[in-house]
Every structure is written in structure tokens, then in C-alpha cells.
Design a protein. Sequence first.
Length: 725
Amino acid sequence: MSERQSKIIVVFGTKGGTGKTLLATNLAAATATSVGVPVALLELDPQAVGDLAKMVNLRPNYSVVDVLALLKDPAALRGKQFQDLLTAHPSDIHVLPCVRHPSQLRDLDPTGLKELLTRLRASYDYIIIDAGRTFTDTLVAAIEEANLLLLVLTPDILSMFQARWAVEQLERLLVPMKMVKIVLNRADSRGGVTTPEVKSALPCDVIAQLPSDGRAAGVSVNQGVPLMISFPRSRLAAEIRRLVGTLAEHPEWSVTRQPAAGRPAAAAGIVEARSLWNSRIAASHEAIVSTPLDDEMILLKRRVHEGLVERLDLKRVEMAALADQQQAKALRSRAEAVVSELLIDQLGGHAASRSDRFQLIREIVDEALGLGPLEALLADPEITDILVNNKDQIYVERHGRLELTGKRFTSDNQLLTIIERIVSPLGRRIDEANPMVDARLPDGSRVNAIIPPLALKGPSLSIRKFARTRYTVNDLIKFGSLTPAMAEFLRACVVTRKNVIISGGTGSGKTTLLNIVSSYIPAGERIVTIEDAAELRLNQEHLVVLESRPPNVEGKGAITIRELFRNSLRMRPDRIIIGECRGAEALDMLQAMNTGHDGSLTTIHANSPRDAVARLDSLVLMSNVDLPIRAIREQIASAIDVVIQTVRYADGSRKVTSIAEITGLINGTEVGLEEIFIFRQTGTAADGAVLGEFVVTGHVPTFLEELRVKGVQLSDETFRPSVIA
């Protein structure tokens, strides 16, 4: 090593979606700003090809593979400054990606990494490595040269399990635990594993607790600018700067480790290259991006998975059993032993290195006992929807935008097995006689599945994840979804027991807004909520939660929203909240609102306030009650006070686009609507962001004086015509 006392930090995590690349990038940017010198940022994650370059919006001319090739030919480097091989970013970080294209993965030779890092030490005081998720030879080579290891994990059980596994591998490599520090990302996630629990489970210090800051992180990634520059005042940026200061004080940066020569043969074997196995691993990484279905690694995993299912009869394993810690641990141990045997049978004498075997065993067992490739997606708090079109196509919605993942199922049978594992504990079944099913995961996420013969391309699965973050009205104001004046008006309507309908399309934020406006209900009132799938989370103590029930396997036993609503009227409710009004219960709801049960709230699928009123017409007609249309509209006009419209735009943003008052019948036949607040789109920015303004129309609610009599004071200025950009 050169005389320069350079520091090398390896940032890694054994689970996808922990934010290690985001941390590595911003840690480099914060360090460069702190010390005033360029920082080298190196990517060694072959499973995330191109992520680092996209994170900083660069197109590097050289990759690690390119530089390793140049190092083998001294003449090729003659006349070149080593720093010129890295691509400079305005934040003063110099970037070297792992590969420029997936095809280069097969040429990644970890044996040359030691010389590469030696050259980098001669040119940079600080080198930060974004390493992979598996203990490949590449990661082990980086660990050999590192001064400090940052293990990034998120506060969930799966991440904790995999982190413990990673620590065990490091101990087998004789890495001192004082060299390993834990960074707990999204540490403020509600309901997650706590920091004390992490400390008690892992023999490493928790050196940083990064807060959830999805908006700042998402925008910085999309713009290709580190959030230390784009959002320097964000909580996440502040915590990363604190982490840089903490690292500077740690003596572990220069810890003396046992030389490789003194290690046992088992540990040394992890570093040893196995050409056949490496070619298979490289092929599997390329398969994630572009190779056909019959890729060799996919076929290998499929054969082992089928053998495991057959030996342990895993089709009978239910989610309820896996929720029991002791049962799950015992079953996993048995499954790992079986997979290990099956791999030896499949690979013959070509044994993989220890870390590669562990990685493949873990992947196959996750697929068999959990939800397979969906596990990481369910654990990612930035993902709101998971949409499985078929075994080869898994889309997610992140920040309001759909994106295709590189994950897939090994077969239709595996996907069908996972669907059955979800629905069986709930007393549901899915087969050719019942090819559609609605269900719910243990965390509350809603699931819809449909299989052949209705789904022509194979089983399809849709998951609406249960939101772990409970948004407040201040969050919506910060996101630009509505204005403070609109929020205050909604609070006044709820407090004074106005009947409110929230209208909007799928994913437009209706349930989120219903949760927020429901929080305005005074604590002393008795609330009954009625939903198809329980999603509302109210803080009030005097709360009764009811959920409908679909028919059983014999087609009997169904309890509808309408039946629950009628029963709720006998429960002495002060407020009735229906998660979504979608059927004949609309008539009962209108009648209840007109007979003393005011202050009720519900949502409805419609594209505008006017469409919401028309849909109520249609829903009432579904009740098979012979009423003239005028009588129905009289019910609507006298029962509903306010209609709120929500919209999800193409850029993923969600906004309250209208708050309208129902003013009564016009000409005896038409329900009168007057908009009080509206959002008016004025254009679209170059990055696709929606541009617009909130407008106060000037209409003063007819019940304004009633609000004042009930003690809610709203200024006339609230309704004066104006524009808020």
C-alpha cells in the first residue's frame, strides 16, 4: 500500500431495497464537502448494473472491468492519469461503475481488485465502495482491503434475518466485529424493528439511524443529483452529515486485521475463484436484465424448488404457520438442509463457494417458504402497489409511477403456490371453479388474484400494500395536495357533522384523505367503520371496526357492506364511516343521513363531483327499490353536504382538485353543485411534473352561518376569490 493513509469504506447490505446505493452516493458527496478533496466512489454490485451511474446522472467512459483490463497492460496506461479513468461529478465525487453494460459482467475478475484499490489509494484520501448483496468473490476482495464496513438494513424482520446471516459470514472470514458498523435506514418507520432490538440481535454498533425521507430521496434520484446538494436541509441529509462526523472520530478506520495467510482453509476458500460457478452466477445476473426464460440458473432453481416442494409437501404450508417463530425456524432449517442436498445432486462435483451456496440456498428457501420474489418488494416502504401480470412480469408503483422490476417467478406453479398460501388461511380457495379471489396479507395489504382460464397468460396477482406511514393533513399540504385554507374548511365540515363524500379514481388517495379527515372527529364520539378490507386507522378510542365477509368455499356465509350498515344503526353510532360505497348500501346510507345520523363519511369511485352524484343515482337503483329518479335526487340533495374530488396525475402526484357543496335541487330534477375550491392545471414541466394552481372560486357555503353558530369561525376571506400558485 502507498504511503498515503487512505480510508476505504465498504457499504453493503444482504437485502435489496435497503438504500445502500443512495447512502454510498451521499456519503461520498458529504465527505467531499467536509474534507474539501475529491472522493472516489466505486461500484462493485453486479446485481445492480448501472444504478450508481443513474443515481448521479453520469455516463462514465470507463468501468471497473475496463480499468482491470488496462491494469493488465501497462502500455495502455502510459501517459494516463489514474484519476482520468474515473468520471467527475460536480459534487466532487469521482465515479467508477462496476460495468458499463451487463455483458461485461462475465469479464469481472476479482483477482485484480487489490491492485485497483492500491492505485486508488495513491490518488484519493477517501474511497467509498457500493458493494453487492451477496458474498461473492468481488465483495470478499473489497472487504479484504477495507478499513470499515457499513452494513445497511431496514427495520423489518427479513432484513434483520439476512443481516444476522451476513455477520456470520464476516465472522467466518475473521473480520473483527469492531470493523462492522450498522446503518439503520428508515429507522423511524412505525411498527418496524426498534434500534434496541437491532443492537441486541447483532454484535455490531448501530452508528447511524437514517430517517424516512421518501420525497427528498426520490426527487434526488430522479434528478440525478445527490440529496446533499438538492435537499441539503432535509432530515436525511443532516443525518448523513452527522454520520460523516462520527466516522472521522472512529479509530476502526485503521484497524489491524489478521493477515489472510493465517486464516483457515474454509475462509480462504471463499476467496478462491471457481470459474464454472462464476460463469453460472454471471449468467444469472444477466438473466435479470435480458436473457430468455430457459436461462440455466432459472432452470436450476426451478428443479431444486420442485424437489423441495415434493420432499417437504410445502403446498400445505400456510402463512399462519410461518408467522409462528418456532415453527418457521424449524421449517426453514429443514428446508435449507434439503436444498443443500439437492444442489449437490444438481451440480455434481462442481461445488460452489460457501457464500455462493448460501446465497442460492437462501433465495430458493425464500421462494418456497415466503412470497418468493415479492418479499423484497413488500419490505420496500416506497412501493405502494405490486402488480404481477404473469410469472415473468412484475411491476411496482413507486412514487406514483409504474416500473418493471427485474424479478420473476420460476414457474406458473410457483406463483400459484404462493397465491394459495395467501388465501388458504383465510378460508378461501382458488381453482378453476373459483378463479378469482380477494384476500389480505397479515400486515393488512389487500390482495386480488385471478388464474386461468380467466387469466390467459397465467396467474395474475395484485397487491395494494398497507401504508405503514400514517399521513397527516400537514403532510398533504407539504406535498402540495391541498392548501391550508382547504384543510381548515374540511376540518370545519367534519367537526360540525356535515355529511361528506370523497370521490376519485383508483389510487387517487381517497382512503388516505378519509383517514385524515376522520381524525377531526371529536374523541368523545362513538364511531363505527365499515369496510370490505380494513384499511382505516383512526386514533379515537371509542371505535368499532367492522369488515365484510365473502362467501365460503360452498358459496355461503357472505356478509355484505349493506348488512353491516343496517346492523350498525342498532349500535348507537355517532358517526358511521364506510370505507367505500359501491353497491345497494347507498340507499340505506342516504336514508340514515336524512334521519339523524349526520356527520357520516364515505368514498366513491368517480371522476368528478358531478359524476359522483350520478354514480349515487346508479347505486341507489341497484337496491331494487322502485323509486322515481326525482325522489332519489331529493335524498341525495338533502343528505350529502360536501363532495371532495381527488385525482392522481401522470407524474404520480395526488391532489384535491375540487371541494364542492351540494346546494339542493335545481328545477326539481337536478342536484345543484357549487365548487368552493378547485385545482387548475396550467401545464407540464420538462421533467413531467404537473404545473397548476389552487383557485378559490368565490362561492360562500350556504351553511357558513351554521358553522359559526356551532362555534367554528371561518373568515369571509377564506372564500374571497383568489389564486394560490
